[in-house]
Design a protein around this ligand. Structure first.
Ligand code: 13P
Length: 258
């Protein structure tokens, strides 16, 4: 399965010129890897999408949005529809990030509605799932991940699954508050649990890509990306610098082909 790498910029304040420069440096740095079919997506703040799409359209790098509304349009002050985001240059939409679940109270029902909208509108969708607690025992981990998948995937068309990317992002391993990725043993357990649950829920695990996110950096990317069933990485801080993102991708791919 083709490797896929993404970066979520969260609410970083880049201006349009800096965002364009980021993409140019990223595309130049990745060079042949993009030609070899490695898939890369960047999820900036939505206001940067139009300027960035001028650069992205000359490359195979996809742009995405971190948030959107599940309704087509209407009286939803402050929200952005999939149509607006498509027009701005997004082809990827993220759903279920822990910061949206916790800080903006997005529940399972909202996540399901958003995922259905994203896939129905032809986007690639990154669905983030993960356990809340570091000490979750393995049996409970399986139940939690499976329950999140059952709920998020309710009503999803099988034909759309090749545009679904599941991001395993344990809540306790995200961001600077914790500053440590999940250990490889936990990523392995979760990858098995997610692949097993996908088989049960949608009858196949094969067309769905699975990536890991949460404190990925140059030191741990190789080991995590080499775990069976993991197809790539979702990177926050270690991709703030485009050259750093290139290094993470190169090292991760190097490990995966050992
Ligand atoms: P960090 O890599 O900064 O922990 O963030 C990852 C993330 O939130 C990806 O969605």
């Amino acid at each position: 399965m083709q490797a896929v790498f993404g970066t979520n910029w969260k609410m970083r304040n880049l201006d349009q010129r800096e965002a364009q420069q980021y993409l140019k440096t990223l595309a130049d740095g990745l060079g042949g890897l993009l030609e070899d079919g490695v898939q890369v997506c960047v999820l900036p703040p939505a206001t940067l999408l139009p300027a960035m799409s001028e650069v992205a359209r000359k490359t195979s790098i996809r742009l995405g949005a971190q948030n959107f509304h599940w309704e087509e349009e209407g009286e939803f002050t402050g929200e952005l529809s999939t149509e607006l985001l498509k027009d701005a240059g997004a082809t990827v939409l993220m759903v279920g990030h822990v910061e949206r679940r916790v800080l903006f109270n997005e529940n399972d029902e909202v996540i399901n509605r958003k995922l259905l909208r994203a896939l129905e509108e032809g986007f690639h969708a990154i669905l983030c799932i993960g356990e809340a607690d570091r000490s979750t025992p393995e049996a409970r981990l399986k139940e939690e991940l499976s329950a999140q998948l059952v709920s998020a995937l309710r009503g999803v068309n099988e034909a759309d699954l090749n545009r679904l990317i599941v991001a395993y992002e344990p809540h306790w391993a995200i961001g600077r508050r914790v500053d440590a990725a999940a250990p490889v043993t936990r990523v392995k357990q979760s990858a098995e649990a997610i692949r097993g649950a996908l088989k049960t829920i949608v009858g196949t695990e094969n067309s769905v890509r699975l990536i890991y996110g949460g404190n990925v950096n140059l030191s741990n990317c190789r080991a995590i990306a080499s775990v069976d069933g993991i197809d790539g990485l979702f990177v926050g801080r270690a991709a703030v610098d485009p050259a750093g993102f290139v290094s993470v991708i190169e090292r991760a791919l190097d490990g995966a082909t050992d």
